[in-house]
Design a protein around this ligand. Structure first.
Ligand code: NAP
Length: 508
């Protein structure tokens, strides 16, 4: 166990709801932050009711320019604090923490309270972070510095304040806000951060990138992590919807490994590799041991590898990286993850006629795996000219997939045995509810396999039900490819049941 604390942040419009939230936070929090700026102004001074908590309370009244809801005016805020702290004997009788922004220089300790001196930048990362840290950490106050990270490399400067604070023996809470900075909230305690802030529940975040207290404790086990913890992560353009942290952390927990899997949202892959991964050039020491790689980095990661395995090379995409002695080894587990559930469900695929819809990265992995099983594959793509490279690489038949825009007659798939959807049609977001084929087109097929896994039951799978065609959803592939990743990273057989349960729990 490390010594860090989880601070659950609460704050609703009414006093009653805030008090209810404080009660709900008792089990998971070490410290509960009351965001007074979120509460209706006339209800903020019901102090005795707020203070009925078994856990230490952190009182915060955040102005708008620091990401809160209180008015920015300094005199106004100082008056608010004076009213709360100076004129209220309840406050003096308890062991409380206070969060004073950097500009509230007139406010110091009333008695023995812990003071957090905070600075927030929601627009980016100021260049003078070390100076800001120096100015905040005076008179044994705790410096809290939260900056907005648009890309993962934006996190480096704030993360490195931990080393500075350690060297100067000063307490610090460094946070990179936003999805790209989520990992700092997860790994901070292991590297000496005094505290990490958590949302009471998913959907109740009080700052960008905040993780729920339940996830910090049960999924990421943040208090059990230390500097020796092996770090794995999902490397992608948008990691906020990924199920991988839930699946992989469940496997690490099952095997009782000192390892954690974190979101690593990355735009600038070259910068990430150079500044955070490669031993010769990196500026942080995070003990990275491997990555799951997703859109849009599956191809662009290849130039950063020291070794690529044969399957990944033939597919032309890498979804798994293992780091051994600082060297990056690339693999592709999508092909294995795709074919295993299919063979289990369908059996021998020799000469079986398969229609694969879509011609992107996932289609390449499916094609590779199907051709290895001697299946007879036809690709259906909306843009034939874009798909020529795939045709050349795999010597496969290509047909046009009519779309709503082209208004051509819908394809009839009755001459095929299996239909595989590798397009994002039906996926949560813009394409949810859409389908590449309706029931009438599916009649006569023996199996429909949809790679999309969010939502759990896509429109295509519902159409397969209508056509009375057996189906496989994308979760089966997701779990199978993740199990193979675990095998590559840890050498152990992954716990399928536990990993599937973790994914389903999240999906529901
Ligand atoms: P990708 O490389 O972007 O390829 C997507 C393909 O779908 C492209 O050929 C694209 O055509 C086509 N497409 C996109 N929108 C379309 C539309 N509205 N109508 C017809 N075709 C359309 O993506 P990917 O990596 O292959 O992933 C595709 C899907 O598979 C995603 O939903 C992903 O979540 C899922 N997937 C699931 C698993 C799993 O484990 N279950 C693993 C990998 C991927 P253009 O080139 O013309 O845009």
């Amino acid at each position: 166990m490390n010594k860090g604390k989880i601070c659950v942040s609460v704050g609703a419009e009414t006093a009653d709801e805030t008090i209810a939230q404080i009660k709900r936070a008792q089990d998971s929090a070490d410290v509960i932050e009351i965001r007074f700026d979120c509460i209706e102004p006339e209800q903020t001074f019901k102090t005795s009711a707020y203070l009925a908590s078994e856990k230490p309370l952190l009182l915060t009244y955040r102005p708008q320019e620091q990401g809160g809801k209180a008015v920015n005016d300094l005199d106004n805020r100082q008056a608010w604090w004076t009213e709360l702290v100076i004129n209220n004997e309840m406050v003096e009788t308890r062991n409380l923490w206070f969060d004073y922004e950097y500009d509230l220089t007139n406010l110091r300790k009333v008695s023995n309270q812990m003071i957090i001196r905070s600075f927030h930048d929601f627009s980016g990362v100021p260049k003078n972070l070390p100076e800001i840290f120096e100015s905040l950490s005076v008179e044994s106050e705790i410096a809290k510095i939260a900056v907005k990270a648009d890309d993962i490399t934006d996190t480096i400067a704030v993360w490195n304040l931990l080393e500075k604070a350690k060297a100067e023996n000063k307490p610090i809470i460094p946070i990179a806000m936003g999805e790209a900075g989520k990992w700092t909230r997860i790994l901070g305690l292991a590297h000496g951060a005094l505290m990490t802030y958590a949302a009471l529940e998913s959907g109740k975040e009080t700052a960008p990138g905040q993780v729920s207290a339940q996830d910090l404790i049960e999924v990421y086990r943040v208090k059990e992590l230390n500097e020796e913890t092996e770090v794995y992560g999902i490397l992608g353009g948008n990691t906020s919807v990924s199920l991988s942290p839930y699946i992989h952390n469940e496997a690490f927990k099952f095997h009782n490994l000192n390892a954690v899997f974190v979101p690593l949202q990355t735009k600038d892959l070259n910068g990430f590799m150079r500044r955070m991964v490669k031993p010769e050039t990196r500026e942080v020491e995070l003990n990275f041991k491997g990555f799951a790689v997703t859109i849009p980095h599956k191809q662009s990661i290849i130039k950063h590898l020291d070794f690529i395995d044969e399957t990944a090379r033939k597919i032309g995409a890498v979804n798994t990286v293992k780091i051994i002695d600082g060297k990056l080894h690339g693999y592709n587990t999508d092909a294995h993850g795709f074919i295993e559930p299919l063979k289990t469900c369908y059996g021998d695929l020799t000469a079986v006629k398969v229609a694969v819809l879509g011609a992107g990265g996932a289609a390449r992995a499916c094609l590779y795996a199907l051709q290895k099983e001697d299946a007879n594959v036809t690709i259906f793509a909306r843009d034939l000219s874009k798909s020529q490279k795939l045709v050349e690489d795999f010597q496969v038949e290509l047909k046009e997939l009519p779309t709503a825009k082209t208004q051509k007659p819908k394809t009839d798939f009755k001459d095929f045995d299996i239909l595989v959807n590798t397009t994002p049609l039906g996926m949560r977001g813009e394409a949810e509810g859409e389908t590449p084929a309706v029931a009438a087109q599916l009649a006569g097929l023996q199996l429909v396999y949809d790679l999309v896994y969010v939502p759990f039951k896509t429109r295509l799978l519902a159409e397969a039900d209508l056509a009375e065609v057996p189906k496989i959803g994308g979760l089966a592939m997701l779990i199978a490819q993740a199990m193979e990743q675990q095998k590559i990273w840890t050498g152990r057989d992954a716990p399928m049941l536990e990993m599937s349960r973790a994914a389903l729990k999240r999906l529901r």
